[in-house]
Each structure stands twice: as structure tokens, then as C-alpha cells.
Ligand binder design. Structure first.
Ligand SMILES: [Zn+2]
Length: 538
């Protein structure tokens, strides 16, 4: 069995990493330079792997004490037998400091060179195969476990060890929480390196799409994370990569500070390009920022949607109802444009603070498309399904009352049809009474496929026609073929839908309803809706 030790020396610092039957012992110099982070990460990933069943005490028994050349005298050799590859000598460190890979074969194992090369090629093959086919971590872990059983005991159990995943990051206190900036350049290099079938040259211009949003970490906790995500959307679609990550009990208390490292690096990249690989520097353009409505207001530093000037696409004046709801009843208000946004900075207006994102020369209105996943699928479709059920409560106030029998029929129809759906649908849509917990894919399935069929004989004819306005419009805006022909029609159908919403559902034209009169404008600029949504479809 081959044992391996890796020693790297960088100026006065040293890193010692030894492996004993996949159980590593590692001593890391506290002031480790950045360029050695990758190696530390590989070791740390194994140390933290619970599947190995290695307790901390076990690590101590295997402790390797070499830290630097100066400390050599101080380090106590590990006793023979504890680590079968023995001690690492000063000579080994010098060899590695000159650029050679350290190998313990002089001390213990005497495997042949051909065996070593064979092992290395297996490592390289697995790393490349994993990148080429976008293998999940669980699948890779299963494969490594199987290969180890079948005469490859030198392979690690954890894919992070094989891939040398960096798990050591520079965490700083920022914006009221913990913050890690991973570097846009490195993230892009990593994402683009997986695009094997794409030819990338110096003339390639990469169009980048960013996503900024908050996510809860636990159900019963205020702990949340705010990542800045990025992907290339033109001339090809790359995997999504993380640029920065914030974690805290609340959202960042200063969004300018939150995005500042990203804006600084992006500004340089816009000027000088980004080196994707050796000798290949590409130009970069900001395609869009995809955020839900609250996050969009936070990063643009504008009013939120429950404010009178809450619409970020037009100048409609909201009305605060006695049900404590901000409603927007006008679909013809003047549209906002990027130039207006740069001028406005008034106390009672839409834009209230300055956002440093403007330094990137992006259109602060046009390049922030509405996110139809939140707006339509998780917002409006679930709201309508809920309102149909609430129709019982509002039956005297509104003419299009939905009866209990109607709701029961609707629920039965959804359940009956869901079990007959083709397997291409990832999630089968649950009953309407569970609409509050529908995933976006379920709501999409109901809006585009189930709803137009089952609602026809269940809903009042006018309500059904009203639903069809939304369903057909979104269907056209999600189709590469239909959008070219029907984008203008979809725009007018959606405007009609918003205007009729008040008639059928009462004065509930809140932002998530009103904003649908702007969705077609974004689709006209950026293409089908699935391309600029959090769904991040490939
Ligand atoms: Zn508006």
C-alpha cells in the first residue's frame, strides 16, 4: 500500500501533510500564504469528513510536527509503527522546495515508478471525468468507495480530497455578519473550465448574469446566507459559480459594503478582461442581475414594494388599503428608464440611497429583470389558487363566488391528473389545498399544463378566461418559438389580466400582480423567461 506525504515550502512558511491509510495528519503554519490554500483545503476536507469515523484523538496520535526548516530541530519524530512511512527529513523538504513532488518511497514504501504513474493517471482521469460530466458529490463518493474495495486502496473516500476542493477561506466581519469573497476571476475560471465542448478564444465576449438573494439556513432560525452567484449566459451557458457569501442573523446591514469587493473586481475585469486560462483573456459584459423584489430593492437601494413608489419599472402611485395592503391599480403609468434612475435621489421618491452597482455602468432599471419564478410561480399562481379557496369567505362581496363543491372538484382533478403526468416532470403537482407549499416547478406545471385543462369545467367561464390570459401569456414568453411572434400579444394580454384581477379577486392588485404588466418588456430584452430567473435552467 502506498503512503504519501506532501511537503511544500514557501519562503519561511511550511505545510506538512501526511496520509496514513487515508487518515491524514496535518500541521499548518498559522500564517500560511494564500497560494498554499489549495493544499490545506484538500487536507482539511479529509479531516472534516465524518464518514471516515476519525475522532480528534486519533488525529493527535498521528500528529506530524514539521512546520518549517527552522523548527526541524524541535519536532519530535513519530515512533516507528505509528506512521509506517516514517519521518520526513530536511532533505525531502529541500527537494520539494525546488519544485519536485515529495514522495516517501525512499523511507518506507518501495513501489515501482510505473505503479506510481498508473495511480497518478487514475487520479487525473477521475478528476477530468468528474468535471466533464458534472458528477454529483454523492455519485463520486459512491464510485470512490467502490474503487477502493476493488484494489484501489490509495484512492480517497471523499471527492473533495480527490478534487482538492478548497475548504480554507479568509472569513472577515462585514455588514454585521461573516463574509467570504471568493473572487470572480477564480470562480469564472473554474466554471468555464468545465465547458469542454466550447472553444474560447481571446475574442470571446462573456456575458455574465448575477444573482443576489437571501436564503434561510434553518427553519426555526433567523440565520441566513446571502450569496452572490454568477454564470455565463452568452455565448454559452456555464455552470453557476459562487462569487461571495455572507452569513449572519440578519441580512447585510449595508448592501454597498456587501457588494463592494465584487464591484471593485468587476470594474477591473471590465477594463482589462478576465484571464480564463493561460494566454486567453476574454472581454466581459454584465448581462443582468436576477433578484426577487426585496433583494432587488436592497441591492439597488430603492424603496421596497410595499411603499407608494414601490414599482421599480413604472411610476405608478400605490394606494394603501384598509386591509393594510399596498395596491397598484394603474397599468399605464410612465415607465422608468435608466437615465431617470441616475437623476432621481429625492427623499420621497423611489430611489433613496446611492448604490455602488452604478459604478459598473449597468442599467439600473433595464438590467434588473423581474424574476418570474418568485413573481409568477411562487407569487401569483399560488395566490390565485389560495384566493379561489378563500372565495367562500368573500362570496357576498364579489360576484364570482367559488363554491365549496368547485374547490373539491378542483382538488380531485389535480390529484387525478398529477398521477398521469409524464415522468419528464420532476415534481408531481400536489392538491390545490396545499398550494401554499407548492414548489416553483409545481406551480409552473399547474399554470402551463394542468390548469388550462382542469379549470375549464370547474371555474366560472369568465374566471377561466381570466386564468387563460395569464397561462397563455407565460406559455408564449417561455417558448423560444412563440416569443418571437407573440411577445406583443402577451404584453397586452398580461395588461388585461392585471386590470381584470381587481374585478375577480377584489382590491388585491398588490405588487406581485401589478408587475405582470412589465414582464413582457423584460422578455423582449432578455429572451424567454426561464433565462432570467432564479430557476437558472440550463
Ligand atoms: Zn409598474
Amino acid at each position: 500500500m502506498k503512503k504519501k506525504a506532501i511537503i511544500q515550502i514557501e519562503q519561511e512558511h511550511a505545510l506538512a501533510l501526511t496520509t496514513y491509510q487515508t487518515v491524514p495528519a496535518v500541521v499548518v503554519h498559522k500564517n500560511l500564504p494564500d497560494q498554499q490554500v489549495d493544499d490545506v483545503g484538500a487536507a482539511a476536507s479529509v479531516l472534516e469528513e465524518p464518514g471516515l469515523g476519525v475522532a480528534e484523538q486519533d488525529m493527535c496520535e498521528l500528529e506530524c510536527v514539521i512546520v518549517s526548516e527552522d523548527d526541524m530541530e524541535l519536532g519530535e519524530p513519530i515512533e516507528e509503527g505509528e506512521l509506517s512511512h516514517g519521518w520526513v527529513t530536511e532533505k525531502d523538504i529541500r527537494v520539494n522546495a525546488e519544485g519536485g513532488d515529495f514522495d516517501t518511497k525512499d523511507h518506507t514504501d518501495k513501489e515501482s515508478d510505473s505503479e506510481s504513474e498508473e495511480e497518478e493517471s487514475l487520479f487525473q482521469f477521475l478528476v477530468g471525468w468528474n468535471a466533464r460530466h458534472d458528477i454529483t458529490r454523492e455519485a463520486m463518493k459512491d464510485l470512490l468507495g467502490g474503487l477502493r474495495v476493488h484494489n484501489n486502496p490509495e484512492l480517497p473516500l471523499d471527492p473533495r480530497t480527490l478534487l482538492r476542493t478548497n475548504l480554507v477561506y479568509s472569513v472577515e466581519d462585514r455588514c454585521g455578519g461573516s463574509y467570504v469573497y471568493l473572487s470572480l476571476t477564480k470562480s469564472l475560471q473554474s466554471a468555464v473550465s468545465k465547458m469542454y465542448s466550447v472553444q474560447i478564444g481571446c475574442n470571446t465576449e462573456l456575458h455574465l448574469q448575477f444573482n443576489i438573494d437571501g436564503l434561510p439556513v434553518f427553519n426555526n432560525s433567523t440565520q441566513c446566507i446571502w450569496p452572490i452567484l454568477c454564470r455565463v449566459v452568452k455565448p454559452f451557458i456555464s455552470p453557476v459559480c459562487i462569487v461571495a457569501l455572507y452569513a449572519g442573523r440578519r441580512k447585510p446591514n449595508n448592501f454597498n459594503e456587501f457588494v463592494r469587493p465584487f464591484v471593485d473586481e468587476m470594474t477591473l475585469i471590465q477594463q482589462n478582461g478576465v484571464e480564463i486560462s493561460a494566454g486567453v483573456t476574454c472581454r466581459v459584459t454584465v448581462h443582468s442581475f436576477v433578484c426577487d423584489a426585496p433583494a432587488r430593492a436592497d441591492v439597488k437601494r430603492t424603496r421596497h414594494v410595499n411603499y407608494h413608489q414601490g414599482c421599480d419599472k413604472c411610476t405608478v402611485e400605490g394606494t394603501y388599503t384598509k386591509e393594510r395592503r399596498m395596491t397598484f391599480n394603474d397599468t399605464k403609468s410612465a415607465r422608468r428608464c435608466d437615465g431617470d434612475f441616475d437623476l432621481l435621489l429625492l427623499p420621497d421618491e423611489y430611489r433613496v440611497h446611492d448604490s455602488i452597482l452604478r459604478d459598473l455602468q449597468v442599467g439600473m432599471v433595464s438590467q434588473f429583470p423581474l424574476d418570474y419564478m418568485h413573481l409568477t410561480l411562487l407569487g401569483l399562481v399560488r395566490r390565485m389558487a389560495r384566493d379561489w379557496q378563500d372565495g367562500l369567505l368573500y362570496s357576498k362581496a364579489f360576484p364570482f363566488h367559488v363554491r365549496r363543491a368547485t374547490i373539491n372538484a378542483l382538488q380531485a382533478a389535480v390529484v387525478n391528473l398529477a398521477v398521469k403526468m409524464p415522468h419528464e416532470f420532476q415534481h408531481q403537482c400536489r392538491a390545490v389545498q396545499e398550494c401554499d407549499s407548492w414548489k416553483a416547478t409545481e406551480a409552473r406545471q399547474f399554470l402551463l399544463y394542468l390548469g388550462p385543462v382542469i379549470l375549464k369545467d370547474i371555474l366560472d367561464k369568465k374566471m377561466y378566461e381570466h386564468f387563460k390570459l395569464l397561462s397563455i401569456s407565460i406559455r408564449c414568453l417561455c417558448s423560444e418559438e412563440l416569443i418571437e411572434v407573440y411577445v406583443d400579444s402577451a404584453s397586452s394580454w398580461l395588461e388585461q389580466f392585471v386590470n381584470e384581477y381587481i374585478k375577480y379577486f377584489g382590491n388585491k392588485s398588490v405588487y406581485s400582480v401589478h408587475a405582470h404588466c412589465h414582464i413582457a418588456d423584460d422578455a423582449r430584452m432578455f429572451g424567454v423567461l426561464d433565462k432570467h430567473t432564479r430557476l437558472f435552467n440550463k
